[in-house]
Design a protein around this ligand. Structure first.
Ligand code: F58
Length: 840
């Protein structure tokens, strides 16, 4: 107890819960009612579910704001070294539930809502998720923001505030139909616009060499378009810390002066057109996963958010009085793949052209500031921009890239004299036909660190895709195996599992996932195994109810839930899974009394709208489901369900219910995978190839708790080299032949053999992803899976051990690795200033 200064009487200091910061049930209820009234302008009798959701979201946001402002103030006062995570995608998923968990008030809010006659779960369902990403890469960025805040690392996420995120998926007659995602239509309570920090970005035009006022010749860029970027900030709260970092997303708008000019000259329609063109930049997320799209608008998006973000960093430095020379000490810029790599010439341009810095000094700063993460080995996903298109939009950047390239090739020549072929291979400009800028090479030259996202992936980068760069700069290469946040993908999504874990090992694991190891001590406890089994059954029942409600299909919760949920791509081989389903079906048809382990096959995932074969695979799954689910011979032993519109919200629902996780990509194709981690953390057993992070998951959980099949990467390479003949596999294996023949004959397409012909032709033609080569191994392994599932006690042990041994795959571990290895950023503790009221 304190006395206030200058008080004559005894004054008692009483801490009163403020309506905007208090965390007790009573205060939360009061704040909620207040927000419903003053922000939504509604009273309970006429409020919609969305009004209630909004009132609650604002109640939670108020509590974030206090932490957020304290954090910002501390970073600003200390001029803390900061990670700037640049990503074209942040697949955040719904915010409310996660913020409740991280604030530690989920139970209080649940009770508050109950007392008000509302159901928290229904309100959570109400939130439109910000789907500002395609899949793994965008979701990884979101997990990393959660871990950065939890580990109290000063950081900023920079990206684009797309008006339309990833499309919603509907299924009509078995086909995918895309619907625009209108995530902002009901308003976004989590963001704060910051128009005072808007910046301008130039596009197009040409460059001129002119003397400045001192008679020195300089390059001037005369653009033909200028757009304004307005930052929208979202607080990112760590788990049970006071740290709330910022996700800053840029929205494109027209620059007023441009409109005025056109209006003045009487070109009204021209002015309006100009405005639309500018706003288009942040209109829509490109919906491609693992393929680059060489579109002008995409390049405009990249330079737009990158330029806005760099200028924002410079503004922050100025405000904190950090000299520009110290850019690499103040910021480390992590490039999430090559999409933001145009930041390298843009930083050069800012330093050289706008701050008059000599080239050598600017280059020294630049190459100490950037670090590059590669996420793919697929050649079609490696970005390259045609010189013509690039130069038209970014004439000055192209000149800068030429200069970087010239100096870089001199370096190569020094290190490898008389190796002209190497110069051709390593040039930042691909001159083999139409000329292109190679963005991955630019990222390698301009960064001090280059990392892959799983051990195997990094090795393949060094050996293959970036081999020349590895020889040139071996010290730059390192691995950072991906991870996922246990807050969203366990605590929030799987409360039943968490309760069981907490009852045995406490809740330390939420911050230190290696603590899960302690579970191993209970694996021999039959009562614990019974609880585990019961828990899984309850979760499966929930999902079964959801399936019934959304598809009207009955599924048997005692059957094995065999799930493949991820983007659709041929290399991920959802169609290999289908070949297994058809094989089981054929066995039943040949022998209706066959003893088969009942399975429910669940699929979820979107296909890029322009990727025909991927969409045809979705159609095939639905067509096979139509036949199998209705065939009386099957007697409910097999069910095939395609669950539409797989997104973050839906992922959280489905991962906990899996018995078997399908991670069946062709070896050497999946950089890491992160769904594989989410399934295993929720107790699914993996059937998988030695690809991406599967290799490390198997290492951790033990070979006996993982179903391995298929060719290794070396075997894939070798088989390709010796001339792979899929036809031979087809001819040799009667089960394989029958499965493919059934598809080809029109058995699943009302007798129409044409429908799936393109798919069959791919498989029997060159079978790029080697399904036929892996088929037999996959089927035999699936037979072992079925066998194992029959011994449910053995299965439960495997499931427990999977969870117990997955500690490595927390995104906290990944982020710690980044920090210690090359970010060199320290945690900063945030003190919460108390709100104190005094009464006599
Ligand atoms: C994914 N890449 C990898 N790219 O495929 C996956 O193995 C890895 O786990 C994940 O990154 C995280 O490291 C991926 O999702 C994209 O979606 C890009 C979007 C923009 C166009 C090019 C592909």
């Amino acid at each position: 107890m304190q006395t206030l200064p200058n008080s004559s009487e005894t004054v008692t200091e009483v801490r009163v819960e403020d309506d905007r910061t208090g965390l007790s049930v009573e205060t939360l209820k009061r704040a909620f009612a207040d927000n419903l009234f003053y922000i939504q302008g509604k009273f309970p009798q006429i409020a919609s579910k969305n009004d209630f959701y909004m009132a609650l979201a604002y109640t939670v946001r108020d509590r974030l704001l206090r932490r957020w402002l304290n954090t910002a103030e501390t970073y600003s006062r200390n001029a803390s070294r900061t990670v700037a995570y640049l990503s074209a995608e942040f697949l955040m998923g719904p915010q409310l539930g996660n913020n409740l968990i991280n604030l530690g008030i989920y139970d209080q809010v649940n009770q508050a809502m109950q007392e008000l006659g509302l159901d928290l779960r229904e309100l959570l369902e109400e939130e439109e998720e910000p789907g500002l990403g395609n899949g793994g890469l965008g979701r990884l960025a979101a997990c990393y923001l959660d871990s950065l805040a939890t580990l109290e690392i000063p950081s900023l996420g920079y990206g684009i505030r797309y008006e339309f995120g990833i499309f919603d998926q509907d299924i009509k007659d078995g086909w995918q139909v895309e619907i625009t995602d209108k995530w902002l239509s009901a308003g976004n309570p989590w963001e704060l616009p910051r128009p005072e920090w808007s910046v301008e970005v130039k596009l197009g035009g040409h460059t001129e060499k002119r003397a400045d006022e001192h008679g020195n010749f300089k390059i001037y860029w005369v653009p033909n378009q200028v757009v304004k970027g307005i930052p929208y900030d979202t607080p990112i709260l760590g788990y049970k810390t006071n740290t709330a970092n910022t996700l800053r997303l840029w929205k494109a708008e027209a620059v007023e002066s441009f409109d005025f000019y056109a209006f003045d000259s009487g070109d009204y329609l021209g002015a309006v057109h100009q405005k639309t063109v500018s706003e288009n930049i942040s209109k829509v997320l490109y919906p491609n996963d693992n393929s680059a799209q060489g579109k002008e608008l995409r390049l405009a998006q990249q330079i737009f958010f990158v330029s806005c973000s760099l200028k924002d960093m410079m503004r922050i430095m100025e405000q904190q009085k950090v000299p520009l020379e110290q850019f690499p000490e103040k910021f480390v810029i992590q490039l999430n793949d090559t999409h933001p790599s145009v930041a390298i010439p843009e930083l050069m341009r800012l330093l050289v052209d706008e701050y008059d810095m000599p080239w050598e000094k600017a280059w020294g700063i630049t190459k100490q500031s950037f670090a590059y993460t590669n996420h793919t080995l697929l050649p079609e996903a490696l970005e390259r921009w045609p010189i013509g298109l690039f130069g038209k939009m970014l004439p000055r950047h192209l000149e800068i890239i030429y200069e970087i390239n010239k100096r870089f090739l001199d370096e190569v020549r020094m290190k490898f004299p008389d190796d002209t072929d190497r110069l051709r291979r390593m040039s930042l400009i691909d001159e083999s036909g139409e000329r292109y800028v190679r963005m991955a090479f630019l990222a390698c030259v301009g960064s001090y660190s280059i990392n892959g996202v799983a051990a195997l992936h990094t090795e393949l980068l060094k050996k293959d895709v970036l081999h020349d760069f590895y020889e040139m700069y071996p010290e730059k290469f390192n691995n950072k195996t991906n991870g996922v946040t246990p807050r969203r993908f366990m605590v929030l999504s799987n409360p039943r599992l968490c309760r069981l874990l907490n009852s045995k090992i406490g809740d330390e694991w939420i911050k230190n996932l290696y603590e899960l190891k302690k579970l191993e001590a209970f694996v021999e406890d039959p009562e614990f195994r019974r609880q585990w089994r019961e828990m899984k059954l309850e979760i499966k029942q929930d999902v079964a109810d959801y399936i019934k409600k959304t598809t009207d299909i009955d599924v048997n919760v005692n059957s094995m839930f065999d799930i493949q949920a991820k983007r659709f791509h041929e290399y991920k081989r959802q169609h290999l899974n289908v070949l297994h389903i058809i094989t089981l079906y054929n066995r039943i048809k040949a022998n209706p009394d066959i003893d088969i382990t009942p399975r429910t096959f669940l699929f979820g995932g979107k296909a890029a709208p322009g990727y025909y074969i991927a969409k045809l695979i979705i159609k095939l799954i639905n067509s096979v489901g139509d036949i199998v689910n209705r065939d009386p011979d099957v007697r409910d032993r097999l069910k095939v369900v395609f669950l539409k519109d797989f997104n973050v919200k839906f992922a959280q629902r489905i991962y906990p219910s899996a018995d078997l996780s399908e991670q069946i990509s062709t070896a050497g194709k999946e950089a890491s995978g992160t769904g594989n981690m989410k399934f295993a953390l929720n107790g699914a057993i993996t059937i998988g190839t030695l690809d991406g992070a599967n290799v490390e998951i198997r290492e951790e959980v033990g070979a006996e708790n993982f179903f391995l099949f298929g060719l290794t990467t070396e075997e894939v390479y070798a088989l390709k080299k010796e001339g792979y003949q899929p036809w031979e596999y087809y001819q040799k294996d009667p089960e394989l032949k029958l499965a493919i023949d059934r598809i080809a004959s029109g058995f699943f397409s009302h007798g129409d053999p044409k429908l799936f012909k393109p798919l069959v032709d791919h498989l029997l033609g060159n079978d790029q992803y080697m399904l036929l080569a892996d088929y037999r191994s996959y089927i035999d392994t699936q037979d072992r899976v079925s066998e194992a599932y029959r011994d449910i006690d053995r299965w439960v042990r495997m499931s427990i051990l999977n969870v117990a041994r997955m500690g490595k795959f927390s995104s906290d571990r990944s982020i710690r690795d980044y920090c210690e290895d090359f970010w060199k950023v320290q945690p900063v503790n945030i003190e919460l200033k108390e709100y104190v009221q005094a009464t006599a």
